[in-house]
Ligand binder design. Structure first.
Ligand SMILES: NC(=O)c1ccc[n+]([C@@H]2O[C@H](COP(=O)([O-])OP(=O)(O)OC[C@H]3O[C@@H](n4cnc5c(N)ncnc54)[C@H](OP(=O)(O)O)[C@@H]3O)[C@@H](O)[C@H]2O)c1
Length: 268
């Protein structure tokens, strides 16, 4: 890693949109750390990025983002400052499944994964110039049920679980933005674009936009001076859009407290 460049971590780095985000950051000279669960896909993407962008400062970490313990361990090994965290990984299994820790999979990866990455990595961002967190959410959002977030009572439907997760991404962005403002870290969320991917295929959709188009808004939030001092906002197609979910302050705080319960007592 080059010490005079900004360090970025991108989750879901070998996914359709993730790879395009990493490519944009690599072309802009960031030290990019690819985070994903499959070592072979990570290595293929790392080689591709180095070859196609000419940036040799690309590294990777194999991590299952459904595991709080793995994320905590990873943070303990992280060396050096962090300037940019892009939470982008997502999953949408067709049937209800649980992680080895007994958490419903979409709640674990799509919501708590973002929450844990932010919780464990923001200390490395504190005080760094222009530190930013970008949460890739969606316009396809809603239906969050804080009394049954893991579909223990409701019948599981991957689309319903996904929409509530993407609502939660947007709300948690607002919650973290408030908490991290004093540390000089901005937190924004966005809809990327409709892109053909493993994820969109899980809902029977192809996608009308290219991965590069899908990466444009996350990259805008990551790099543009126009949003340097903006935090807690939601964006679509490079424009700020009002988010009704994030304005429900009581529900935002209730969601944050619910996510906090997943942390060991000493880390809340
Ligand atoms: N595509 C769209 O039209 C669209 C629209 C709106 C929002 N989004 C958002 O855009 C983001 C990227 O989606 P995408 O379309 O690029 O999907 P994708 O190609 O399926 O990428 C998702 C990535 O997340 C990774 N992932 C899933 N579970 C994981 C776990 N437990 N640990 C580590 N990594 C894990 C996947 O790895 P594996 O391949 O190993 O599972 C994959 O690399 C998501 O947040 C999604 O909600 C996408």
């Amino acid at each position: 890693m080059s010490p005079d460049k900004k360090n970025a971590i991108v989750t879901g780095a070998y996914g359709a949109i993730g790879q395009a985000i990493c490519s944009g950051l690599a072309l802009n000279g960031y030290n990019v750390t690819l985070a994903g669960r499959d070592a072979s896909n990570l290595e293929k993407t790392r080689s591709w990025l180095m070859h196609h962008t000419g940036n040799q400062h690309i590294s990777s970490i194999a991590i299952d983002l459904s595991s709080q313990k793995e994320i905590r361990e990873l943070s303990r090994k992280w060396k050096g400052p962090l300037h940019l965290l892009i939470n982008n990984a997502a999953t949408a299994p067709s049937r209800r499944t649980e992680t080895p820790d007994g958490i419903e999979m979409q709640w674990a990866v799509n919501v708590l994964g973002y929450f844990w990455m932010t919780s464990y990595f923001h200390p490395f961002m504190t005080g760094n110039t222009d530190a930013r967190i970008v949460n890739v959410a969606s316009y396809w959002a809603g239906g969050l049920d804080l009394d049954d977030p893991e579909f223990k009572r409701r019948p599981y439907d991957n689309d319903v679980a996904y929409r509530q997760a993407k609502q939660a991404n947007r709300m948690l962005s607002a919650a973290f933005a408030e908490r991290l403002a004093s540390e000089g870290i901005t937190v924004n969320s966005c809809h990327p674009g409709d892109v053909n991917s493993k994820l969109s295929n899980a809902f029977g959709f192809g996608g009308s936009e290219s991965p590069e188009q899908g990466a444009a808004t996350p990259l805008f939030l990551a790099r543009s001076n126009q949003v340097r001092n903006i935090t807690g906002k939601y964006f679509e197609h490079l424009k700020e859009v009002s988010c009704t979910f994030s304005s429900e302050k009581n529900k935002v705080e209730a969601l944050f407290r619910l996510c906090e319960q997943s942390l060991p007592a000493s880390e809340k």
